[in-house]
Design a protein around this ligand. Structure first.
Ligand code: CA
Length: 480
């Protein structure tokens, strides 16, 4: 029954058999609960669409990306909310210009296709992460109690707006990667005070929604400390969430240990609020990527579509093994290039629509970082969509983990080989190299070296040489 004059969003059922089969992607079956969160944070998507980006579905036709995500097994959408990511002239800071209006639009489309919404309040006018937690402009001069009241009202108003629109908000996040800082505050007494104001607003407006707190760097071993502080100040929350970027955040075994520790001590549910992995080292939008050539390469996940899928499967499995693991959100799987011509052409779109990580207008608020390094997407090579807007095969893992997809195991990438030789001895190149297989295992495979010039190496003396070869149709590299 509708008592609040709320609008109701007409839901559409989605079921696409094409999203549930793959001839190439190897996926092992996971034992996940039906309500395991398979989430995606697509906060930038409206700004991308405004920039002219088109997304396509599994049949190759242009399609609402939210439909494609739902068909692919995504059941939760996460959206960041900044208080006021604009200058006084209305110029957007970029990063999707994600204010509450964007959350409404994203939330409506998520709800339409049966996905819940996680509202991620940064309590800032722009990016909040462990390195910066800047206070919103409007709250800059406020003392802590006044700021707490403003945060309470902002949370309440934002959630009321989402509720009135009929959006299915399942969870609300109080701050983003708040490792000892939030909203310009750096003491736990003040951070917890502000979080409590947010928590109070969520319980009042959306009593059924879960309340999450969110931290980064599980490898630091600081989570028990953060949780003890929140407990000490009696914060009312349900979920202790972590970012997990495999390049920087330690092992999955450690992640399990850290989050299980929180559950054991405080009974909290846990989840991965952000993760991603690169499927290529190529950059496609002329703005350098966080993970690029020479970037951190984790364990046996090559930078391939299969490696990306395997990393995600392992992360989902790790969370499913936790005592109270809710699920995993993939961060910005659709933040692809806005164009293919040049940096300058793309830059016009980033500036106008906020579709890059930051625009030059962010200078007014964040002069030392965004103001200097503004530009495009630094994660286009970690998307689950190709630069042409078509979904990658790896997006199917969210469905395929339910059944498993045991296609024939093949070499996915050839590991680089490193060898040292005595300059006076014989130089004998290996006949076999290690391949990473599509199921994450290793196998040795025969290699053919194409440009090995042993005489030249001997004549050249002590030095490093790179020999190129081919194995199972893939490039092999030998560093001598
Ligand atoms: Ca890029």
């Amino acid at each position: 029954m509708m008592l609040c004059g709320c609008s109701k969003i007409k839901k559409e059922k989605v079921n696409n058999p094409l999203a549930k089969e793959s001839e190439t992607l190897y996926v092992r079956k996971l034992d996940l609960s039906d309500d395991f969160i398979k989430g995606a944070d697509v906060s930038s998507v409206i700004s991308l669409e405004n920039s002219g980006v088109k997304f396509y579905g599994w049949d190759g036709e242009e399609c609402d990306i939210f439909k494609t995500l739902a068909e692919s097994g995504i059941n939760y959408i996460r959206v960041r909310v900044w208080n006021d990511p604009y200058t006084s002239y209305g110029e957007g800071y970029g990063g999707g210009n994600n204010d509450i209006d964007k959350a409404v639009e994203i939330g409506k489309r998520a709800t339409k296709y049966g996905m819940k919404l996680l509202v991620d309040f940064h309590y800032s006018d722009f990016w909040a992460d462990p390195s910066k937690q800047m206070v919103p402009k409007a709250w800059k001069t406020m003392e802590i109690e006044e700021k707490g009241q403003a945060l309470y009202e902002f949370t309440k108003e934002s959630l009321t707006t989402l509720k009135k629109e009929g959006i299915d908000v399942g969870m609300v996040q109080l701050g983003n990667e708040t490792n000892g800082k939030m909203c310009g505050e750096t003491t736990w007494v003040n951070i917890a005070y502000l979080m409590k104001q947010g928590s109070k607003a969520v319980r009042e407006i959306l009593p059924k929604a879960k309340i999450a707190v969110h931290f980064a760097n599980p490898e630091s071993g600081n989570y028990a400390n953060y949780a003890s502080k929140l407990d000490y100040y009696s914060l009312d929350y349900d979920v202790f969430a972590s970012s997990y970027y495999p390049y920087w955040h330690g092992t999955l075994e450690n992640l399990i240990e850290q989050l299980d520790g929180i559950t054991e001590t405080y009974g909290k549910e846990v989840m991965v609020a952000e993760t991603s992995y690169a499927y290529t080292i190529e950059d496609t939008d002329f703005n350098g990527n966080t993970i690029g050539e020479g970037g951190a390469y984790v364990k046996n996940y090559p930078f391939t579509v299969q490696g990306q899928a395997n990393c995600l499967v392992d992360t989902m499995e790790a969370v499913s093994k936790m005592k109270k693991g809710l699920g995993v959100f993939y961060w910005e799987p659709a933040w692809i290039t806005v164009g293919t011509t040049s940096f300058d052409q793309n830059s016009l779109l980033w500036e106008e629509f906020g579709s890059g990580w930051a625009s030059s207008y962010a200078r007014a608020y964040d002069p030392n970082d965004a103001g200097k390094y503004y530009g495009g997407s630094a994660v286009d090579n970690q998307a689950l969509f190709g630069p042409d807007g078509h979904p990658l095969e790896s997006l199917k893992v969210f469905n395929l983990v339910n059944t498993g997809n045991p296609v024939e195991v093949k070499p996915d990438a050839i590991m680089d080989t490193h060898m040292d030789f005595d300059i006076n001895g014989d130089i004998v190149l290996p006949e076999e190299v290690n391949a990473v297989m599509t199921d994450n295992s290793y196998r040795t495979v025969k290699v053919t070296w194409l440009d090995a010039d042993i005489e030249a190496m001997k004549a050249g003396g002590i030095a490093k040489y790179v020999v190129h070869g081919t194995a199972e149709g893939q490039e092999a590299l030998l560093y001598v």
